[in-house]
Design a protein around this ligand. Structure first.
Ligand code: ZN
Length: 510
């Protein structure tokens, strides 16, 4: 018996909620694994996770979804493409097609290969021996090519890379990113060189941040700042893990993590602010649409824009520290009693070309990403052999950053992503920085003087703006479209460069 489009839409919503609820069970188990699970629980946890993954896959590829989609597509529900219903239907279709186009054998092969490749990567990195990892990278590239060809929609874009990118940044095209990143790099490389030169002339204050900062006090200060910018600890919590992350488990439950080092203030503090930015996005999603695309984050790039905005554009601003430094001085009296606002602001904004992405500063970070984006695109296209990755990597580091790794551990083996099959993921970090600068500049012109608000400890205006413009929209628009609607401009590298120039001119009198 035929059912009405409205009814089909409701059935799809129920399905989608159940799937999200199942995924959230995996998320709790994943969080627990990283935080409190005893080592002995690993094997049973693996069984639990595999069972949940199997259940999710079964439900997500149920042919009934295809039948229901056929009823709602072409119905009046999709007449207004800007409606939440039309967006849900568009994204359900995208997800369903992606899942059903991949043969089960390929999915299983990928899971097996990447699971082994990750432990081989750990061993290869420890030994700093790329050759040990090379056969695994070759297998992963082959599997990823197969994946891309199963998912490719004929006649559009780079068929070997775009379908992979689409998993993290739906609708993005690598040709557009190549253009955006080229324009960014052309100006960023000389800008970094002049900032570094000026900083060398001025002398460095970074040692301030390596004084003694007791861990328990770092936690108190970090939580105070997190709560003040709007992270709701009634609906979230902060724990300690080896690798910081944010997990939005569901309405009312968002977990963030960090790690503390007594002689390294920045890592935990800016790590917390970064994850808080992700957490504010999760806490700001429309709970009434939970489990449907319009109640979920739109893309990794936009997610990262939220974390970078709070970490870098708010958290490294002079106005922010003019409010927080007095409290930091009271909490870290021994470390900071003799430190002025100018010195502290300069210390948290130090720029230095370096080899390791996760330790890179705000200005050089994107150059690390562009190296990876260019290499993985060339690998997929067959323009670069896995065996030539170390040489190509080192050449690009010399060219973009003026530094060269002494070995593979501090070169092409430093990131887990490729071993985990995460190809097409790296560019979303730089998209995040680009979007963050665009959003911050739009917020500034729409809300007025943000610095005055920050200097008074007032972050409510900015958060409210982000809630309305970004968080509540969910996946209503694709990322690039959302950015254009909110800022009036498509993805654009210039606000990022303008921000950096303004800050470092002030700091260095360039
Ligand atoms: Zn992040």
């Amino acid at each position: 018996m035929a059912i009405e489009p409205r009814e089909a839409y409701r059935a799809l919503t129920r399905q989608s909620r159940e799937l999200a609820t199942l995924a959230s069970c995996s998320a709790v188990l994943g969080w627990d694994e990283q935080t409190y699970m005893p080592a002995g629980g690993a094997e049973h946890r693996g069984t639990q996770m595999a069972m949940l993954a199997g259940l999710q896959h079964e439900r997500a590829t149920d042919p009934r979804i295809g039948e229901l989609l056929a009823i709602v597509e072409g119905s009046p529900l999709v007449h207004d493409p800007d409606s939440f219903e039309a967006a849900d239907i568009r994204e359900w279709r995208r997800g369903y097609d992606r899942r059903t186009r991949l043969p089960r054998s390929l999915v299983e092969d990928m899971a097996r290969t990447t699971s082994m490749a990750q432990s081989e990567w750990v061993a290869a990195r420890t030994a700093s021996d790329f050759d040990r990892f090379r056969p695994w990278l070759e297998r992963i590239i082959r599997l990823k090519r197969d994946e891309a060809s199963c998912l490719a929609v004929s006649g559009s874009g780079d068929s070997s890379y775009d379908p992979l990118l689409d998993d993290y940044e739906p609708g993005a095209r690598s040709d557009d990113l190549t253009e955006l990143f080229r324009a960014l790099r052309e100006e960023l490389t000389p800008l970094v060189a002049s900032i570094t030169e000026a900083a060398a002339r001025r002398g460095s204050d970074e040692a301030i941040l390596n004084r003694s900062y007791p861990r328990d006090r770092q936690r108190i200060f970090g939580e105070a700042v997190a709560a003040a910018v709007g992270f709701d600890f009634h609906r979230g919590r902060l724990d300690v893990t080896a690798h910081p992350f944010c997990s939005g488990i569901g309405p009312g439950d968002c977990r963030i993590t960090t790690r503390f080092d007594e002689h390294e203030f920045s890592e935990a503090f800016f790590g917390i602010l970064h994850e808080v930015g992700h957490g504010l996005y999760e806490q700001g999603l429309d709970a009434s649409r939970y489990g449907t695309p319009t109640g979920e984050a739109v893309s990794l790039g936009v997610h990262e824009s939220q974390s970078r905005l709070w970490e870098n554009l708010v958290g490294r601003s002079r106005a922010f520290w003019s409010y927080w430094l007095p409290m930091a001085r009271r909490i870290f009296h021994e470390a900071l009693s003799d430190v002025t606002l100018d010195r502290f602001h300069a210390a948290v904004n130090r720029v230095e070309p370096s080899l390791i992405r996760v330790r890179a500063d705000e200005a050089t970070y994107n150059l690390h990403i562009i190296v990876r984006f260019e290499l993985e695109r060339a690998l997929l296209a067959g323009d670069l052999d896995a065996a030539d990755v170390p040489t190509a990597w080192n050449e690009k580091y010399r060219e973009f950053l003026g530094v060269e790794p002494k070995n593979d551990a501090e070169g092409c083996l430093q990131d887990i992503h490729w071993s985990a099959g995460l190809i097409g993921y790296f560019p979303t970090y730089t998209l995040g920085n680009v979007y963050a600068a665009q959003l911050f500049s739009a917020a500034g012109s729409q809300l007025g003087d943000l610095d005055t608000a920050f200097a008074q400890g007032d972050f409510v205006g900015l958060l409210g703006w982000l809630r309305e413009k970004i968080h509540h929209q969910g996946q209503r628009y694709r990322a690039a479209d959302l950015i254009r609607r909110v800022t009036g401009s498509p993805p654009d590298h210039r606000p990022l460069l303008d921000n950096l120039r303004r800050k470092y001119t002030e700091l260095n009198n360039l």
